[in-house]
Every structure is written in C-alpha cells, then in structure tokens.
Design a protein around this ligand. Structure first.
Ligand SMILES: NC(=O)c1ccc[n+]([C@@H]2O[C@H](COP(=O)([O-])OP(=O)(O)OC[C@H]3O[C@@H](n4cnc5c(N)ncnc54)[C@H](OP(=O)(O)O)[C@@H]3O)[C@@H](O)[C@H]2O)c1
Length: 261
C-alpha cells in the first residue's frame, strides 16, 4: 500500500486481541510494521503474538491493560515514551444492548470511559507528540450506529457519535500537517463484540479484510465504511431523515437484543 510509505513502520494497536483490532495487526504485519499490541486478556494477546510470529518476520510486543481506567491509559503513554509509532489504531471498544435504565450504570459509564475518554487521552498524546515532527496515521472507530440515536443501545451509539464527530474534527484540523485521522465506521461485524454487548449479530460481515480497506483510505478521507454491507446499510440509511433512521434501527436493534421487533 503506497499511501502507508510515509509513516514510520511501527504501529500501536489497542483492542488487538480479537476482531477488527486483530485484523489490523495482521494487515500491518503484512505491510512490514512492528507491532505494540494492547488489550486486557494476556492469554489472547499471547495467542495473537504466536500466530503473527508464525506468519511474519516483524517484532511484536504485547501489553495487558484495561484502557477504561485512565490511570492505565496514562501508564500506556508513559511506557511507550521510547517508541515512535507511525500508525496508531484505537480499536478497543465495547457496547451494551437493552433498555438503558435496566442496564447497570457502571457498564454504561465504562463504555464512555473506554470508547470516549481513552480515545481523547490517547489521541491528544499521539497527535501532540507527532506534530511538526513525523507523519502519523490515527485510526478511530465510529459505527453505523453513530450517525443517529439508536434505542436499545443508546449509550454505545452516543459513544460512537462522539468518536465520529471527534475524528471528523481532528481530520479537518490536521489536514496537510502530516497527521491523518480516519474514522472507520462499519455496520455489524461478526467479532467478539456481539457476545459482550448481548447482541445477536444476524446479518454481519467478517472482521477479516476491514483493516486492508481502511488502511487504503488513510490520508485520503475522514471516514471509511469498510466493505459492501457497511456501504449498503450506511448509504441507504443516510438518504433518510435522522428520526426515521432511529426508528428503523430501533426495530433492528430490538431483534438483535430481545430477539423480537
Ligand atoms: N463488531 C461490530 O459490529 C462493530 C461495528 C462498528 C464498530 N465497531 C467498533 O470496532 C471496534 C472493535 O470492535 P470489534 O468488533 O473488533 O470488537 P471485539 O471483537 O469485541 O474486540 C474488542 C477488542 O477491544 C479489547 N478491549 C475491550 N475492552 C477493553 C478495555 N477495557 N481495555 C483494553 N482493551 C479492551 C478486547 O480485548 P480484551 O477483551 O482482551 O480486553 C478486544 O481486543 C470497537 O471500537 C467497536 O465499537 C464494532
């Protein structure tokens, strides 16, 4: 991928132990990047590192951290001071499904801490560090649900609206300054996400291949809808008024969360 040549061949990936983050690890290793991988589950990270080492001749280091805890985010920042990353992929994130008031408030706050707070803290650090010095590709994760409010996953959808808006703002601020910000906004993806969120992923795409499509858009656009399903659902919804989109997604989410519309 020629557009990746301008970035130092070293990448930080959060949420790299499975799903989309893991796909980024494999694609970036294929492109010759050394990897600094973060997630909570040490065992899963070790498996990913072993798989990567079997296939690619790149250095892979793994780090177990709970990024919903801002102290852990600060320690990640501290521990990576000696590293210089060309690409930073902030894929760690999770959601919840159900009636807002019936979900534990700690889970909802944890979504905000991980999906929003840690993203602001890490983006701020890595942009400030690269400014005027080196090219940086910063990849954040929006979602199809982030373009309107979505009943039965209200907090998660709002967190992704935050990331989408944040990424668009940063993209505009940093254009032409060697710092490329991209929001990856998939539709439903068949990863570990559904299990943790309590959502049944019916029609969904594989996480495999999302990284390749997304990386090819880095430095070219603010948002990528990776793959046919993301594009088909995203663009067909985008022609409708916001309240109608919410209504349609309410029905879809009800079937994913409660098994009925
Ligand atoms: N799947 C979808 O349908 C979908 C659609 C649109 C957008 N997205 C977004 O895409 C991103 C990746 O999702 P995915 O589908 O790949 O989900 P996934 O398969 O569940 O992977 C999530 C990753 O984040 C890590 N993680 C979760 N909580 C963490 C924490 N507190 N601290 C550090 N790492 C944590 C997980 O590892 P550990 O459990 O080991 O920590 C895992 O590596 C997320 O931001 C998600 O919101 C997903």
């Amino acid at each position: 991928m020629k557009n990746l040549n301008k970035y130092r061949k070293s990448a930080l990936i959060t949420g790299a132990s499975e799903g989309i983050g893991k796909d980024f690890a494999f694609e970036l290793a294929k492109q010759g990047f050394s990897l600094y991988l973060v997630a909570r589950n040490q065992g899963k990270l070790e498996e990913v590192r072993n798989e990567l080492r079997e296939k690619f001749d790149v250095s892979v280091s793994i780090h177990s951290k709970d990024l919903s805890d801002s102290k852990s985010v600060s320690s990640l920042i501290e521990e990576t001071k000696e590293f210089s990353f060309g690409i930073v992929v902030l894929a760690a994130g999770f959601g919840s499904g159900g009636e807002f008031a019936s979900l534990p408030v700690d889970t909802e706050l944890n979504i905000v801490d991980l999906n929003c707070r840690s993203i602001v803290q890490l983006s701020h650090h890595f942009i400030k560090r690269s400014e005027g010095k080196e090219s940086l590709g910063l990849i954040l994760f929006g979602s199809l649900v982030g373009f309107q409010g979505v009943p039965w996953t209200a907090t998660y959808a709002a967190s992704k609206a935050f990331v989408q808006s944040f990424a668009e703002g940063l993209y505009g601020e940093n254009r032409g300054k060697g710092i490329d910000v991209l929001s990856v906004a998939p539709g439903p993806v068949n990863s570990g996400f559904g299990g943790r969120a309590g959502m049944k992923m019916g029609m969904s795409q594989s996480p495999n291949g999302i990284a390749k499509i997304s990386l090819s858009e880095l430095g070219k656009s603010a948002t990528v809808r990776p793959g046919f399903l993301s594009k088909f659902l995203g663009y067909s919804l985008s022609t409708l008024p916001r309240n109608l989109r919410s209504l349609i997604l309410k029905k879809i989410m009800a079937s994913m969360v409660f098994g009925k519309t």
